[in-house]
Design a binder for this molecule. Structure first.
Ligand code: ZN
Length: 361
């Protein structure tokens, strides 16, 4: 049943206890329900009276709790609370008054309505784990916790990630695996401290190119999605050492199925002007056309000097990872004639010793 944890467990006489006060209350695997837990907390509050301020960790995982006892707020210096693997449907506002740094509520029955309306009072929280619950949308309360570094929302039913996720600038790990996501907002690229991004087991068809801004990213888990290609910009992730891609319909013969619509006359005229560097004096062209000419993109084929405007050819470039795996990256060319074989885009993966683990099959 209850296991106290002392800083030094060698000696448990009262003198030692006052020198090394109890810091952890361990109620794991104790078949506790709400009633027995409330009673235990009540009795403990009396028996350890003044020392209850010293309790920093309460472990309640693997019990039969359908709710959290409200008198948990008596442990006013509680920093870590783990209530995983119960059947909890709601979190009481009482937890907002605790100075929590770690809150683990994975594998319960929490719904969005069961969460406190605001998390603004959790001013020290670094780790929040709400994985394995019944959340149907992204809990926007989380965006109020600007101290958060580790956010786990995996195995819920979340369908969308808000653009505002970018406010969580300290995030190091973001887990959204096992949800119903179709896309990831471009703003994820602003979470520049991310080390781990877990997006596996969703319905993603594309990734935003802004992923390339995540310069500290070490682990990118994308398995079990609907990805056919990866953004070419992913090559810029120099820290990446783990990339999982298995169970994605990554293309093999994409070029053969390519549909090609011919460019408009406007586009063709624009391409000629750019290709031959034709100088047009100010005032000779309306502003709309001048702006159009400025919107030209250079073709990625290094042997082509051409540009494109709205009409581009998507081409899949297979790049070697670690000299072992061939990964399809999406690139844009000015015409289907520009498809080049085996030319290196932005440096080769062969010399990227960082990437140690690629899971494709
Ligand atoms: Zn070209």
């Amino acid at each position: 049943m209850l296991k106290y944890t002392y800083d030094s467990s060698e000696n448990s006489d009262s003198e030692t206890q006052s020198l090394n006060p109890i810091k952890t209350l361990d109620f794991t695997y104790s078949s506790m329900n709400l009633q027995s837990a409330t009673q235990q907390f009540e009795e403990l509050s009396k028996s350890i009276e003044k020392r209850k301020e010293t309790i920093e960790t309460i472990l309640l995982f693997n019990n039969e709790l359908d709710a959290l006892p409200a008198n948990i707020s008596a442990f006013c210096n509680l920093k870590t609370l783990d209530i995983s693997n119960n059947t909890i449907t709601r979190l009481p506002d009482a937890i907002l008054r605790l100075p929590l740094t770690t809150l683990i509520v994975k594998n319960n029955n929490l719904t969005n309505d069961g969460l406190p309306k605001s998390f603004a009072e959790l001013r020290s929280l670094k780790l929040c784990n709400l994985s394995g619950n019944n959340l149907e949308y992204f809990p926007t309360q989380v965006l109020e916790i600007d101290t958060i570094e580790y956010l786990y929302l995996g195995n819920n039913n979340i369908v969308q990630v808000p653009q505002q996720i970018e406010v969580l600038r300290r995030l190091k790990v973001l887990c959204l695996g096992g949800n119903n996501l179709n896309e990831i907002p471009e703003s994820v690229g602003n979470l520049i401290n991310l080390r781990g991004l877990i997006l596996s087991a969703n319905s993603l068809e594309t990734l935003p190119a802004s992923i390339a801004n995540l310069k500290n990213l070490k682990s990118l888990l994308l398995h079990k999605n609907r990805l056919r290609t990866l953004p070419t910009e992913i090559v810029a992730l120099k820290c990446l050492s783990e990339l999982s891609l298995r169970e994605n319909p990554l293309v093999v013969n994409f070029v053969n199925h390519m549909q090609h619509n011919p460019p408009s006359l406007l586009e063709l005229a624009g391409r000629v002007i750019k290709l031959h560097n034709i100088d047009i004096p100010d005032g000779e062209l309306p502003t709309t056309l001048r702006n159009y000419l400025r919107s030209a993109h250079r073709c990625v084929n290094p042997k082509c000097k051409g540009v494109f405007f709205d009409n581009r050819v998507e081409h899949i470039k297979f790049v070697d990872f670690c000299g072992k795996y061939r990964v399809p990256l999406l690139q844009y060319l000015c015409s289907s004639k520009c498809v080049v074989n085996n030319t290196v885009l932005h440096g080769s993966y062969a010399d990227s010793a960082m990437l140690r683990k690629v899971l494709l099959g």
